[in-house]
Design a protein around this ligand. Structure first.
Ligand SMILES: *Cc1c(COP(=O)(O)O)cnc(C)c1O
Length: 397
């Protein structure tokens, strides 16, 4: 498998810094990613396509390496948000079909179409703009997004039929029809999602009755892909599950209730740094800005070269744990911009140069993205998406 593990500008992109050991880095498990793709594939009927959603730098994992590895592991399509992300993938030699999930500005449409990107069209204005951008040219492919209850992007029934007929008349292929669920990962009561699915099926039938047959219908994100085969249609769009994370506790509980709890996702990301210094501080010493933590006993304090500038959220101050030699070490006091202090008093062997796991597994212990999300008052999607944006990504088996 040929893949470039560097997704974007990073320390290792500079020749001057080649061989330089980074302070912070992210390891991507190739085995975990391949396992997750195979797992989702096993849930799909034959012929159902698998879209790997790699928007937001592949949820912080690294767009180019994840896209290449997901395709090698059996994904059929890639989903990005911005057309520019799709162009970057093309520049890296990715030839697979790519759907742009977000709105493409009219002035970028021609270039996106020329690069073979499939564009989401979700408003009458976007349909007009695409027809104008593609005047006299062929090869454009559109996926129409319909409103079923999220009230974010999407056509209502009348607009849908007009737009579909307008695109077809202009020689633009209406290749896909899709929608997105509002609360499928937020609850174990799926009544609202069921109503969205029913609305989608209705709109799809109306379009067919008008003589527009669309080859690819798709509605399922990770939670829907796991819980409800009826949402799969011709393709599923999997983001968080591809990275080995459950969408939510509610999805896990729902899977249990549906007898689907044998599903095992494997986290792809491990976020690491190293101990740079260890010092002994006497009982009664303050640690860090604001003097929010004071030692109650003589302590060994390790200094880590990572902070909120790296996405290690300031809400983790005095609350999170990191893993040193497979043992939990608590964060002491406030997370700084580029530094974090931890307590290694009870980890006798801890030494400068030791690897530290900020997120992921070490020995039998794990720091989970969901736990860090709770500490920061947010969801784990945000924790991984904002992890160390400038740090190198490296494949591990
Ligand atoms: C981000 C996104 C997904 C993926 O959702 P997950 O819950 O991460 O699987 C699917 N569809 C659309 C339209 C999205 O924007």
């Amino acid at each position: 498998m040929s893949m470039n593990p560097e997704s974007h500008e990073s320390l290792e992109d500079s020749a001057r810094l080649s061989g330089w050991e980074p302070d912070v880095w992210i390891e991507l498990s190739q085995g975990a990613l391949a396992h997750n793709v195979a797992l989702f594939r096993s849930l799909l009927a034959p012929g159902c396509r698998f879209m790997a959603v790699v928007k937001a730098n592949a949820y912080g994992h690294g767009m180019v390496p994840i896209a290449q590895a997901a395709l090698a592991a059996g994904a059929d399509w890639l989903g990005v948000f911005h057309a520019g992300e799709g162009l970057t993938l093309r520049d890296h030699g990715v030839t697979a079909p790519i759907l742009v999930l977000g709105p493409t500005p009219p002035e970028s449409m021609r270039r996106a179409v020329d690069a073979g990107l499939c564009l989401t069209v979700a408003s009458p204005g976007a349909a007009d703009a695409l027809v104008r951008a593609c005047a006299g040219q062929t090869g454009a492919r559109a996926h129409l997004k319909v409103e079923t209850g999220t009230h974010r992007q999407g056509f209502d029934a009348a607009q849908l039929i007009n737009a579909a007929q307008q695109l077809v008349a202009a020689g633009i292929a209406v290749e896909g029809l899709y929608t997105h669920y509002a609360d499928i990962e937020d609850t174990t009561d799926h009544t609202y999602a069921e109503s969205q699915l029913a609305r989608f099926s209705e709109l799809r039938a109306q379009l067919a009755a008008e003589g527009v047959s669309v080859p690819l219908s798709h509605t399922a994100c990770t939670a829907a892909a796991i819980l409800f085969p009826a949402t799969h249609f011709d393709m599923v769009r999997v983001g968080i599950g591809l990275y080995g994370l459950w969408p939510s506790k509610e999805t896990r509980v729902s899977a249990g209730m549906l007898g689907r709890d044998q599903i095992e996702l494997r986290p792809v990301m491990t976020w690491k740094t190293r101990i740079r210094q260890i010092k002994t501080v006497p009982a009664g010493s303050y640690i860090g800005y604001g003097r929010t933590f004071r030692t109650t006993h003589d302590s060994r304090v390790a200094i880590l070269p990572v902070g909120y500038a790296d996405g290690y959220d300031r809400h983790f101050s005095s609350r999170a744990h990191v893993l040193v030699r497979g043992v939990r070490a608590p964060v002491l006091g406030r997370i700084c911009m580029n530094l974090t202090m931890i307590d290694v008093t009870d980890i006798a062997d801890a030494a400068p140069g030791d690897e530290v796991v900020l997120l992921g597994q070490s020995g039998d212990e794990a720091v989970q993205a969901a736990d860090l999300g709770s500490l920061a008052g947010t969801i784990h999607y945000e924790i991984v998406t904002r992890a160390a944006p400038c740090a190198p990504r490296r494949w591990v088996p």
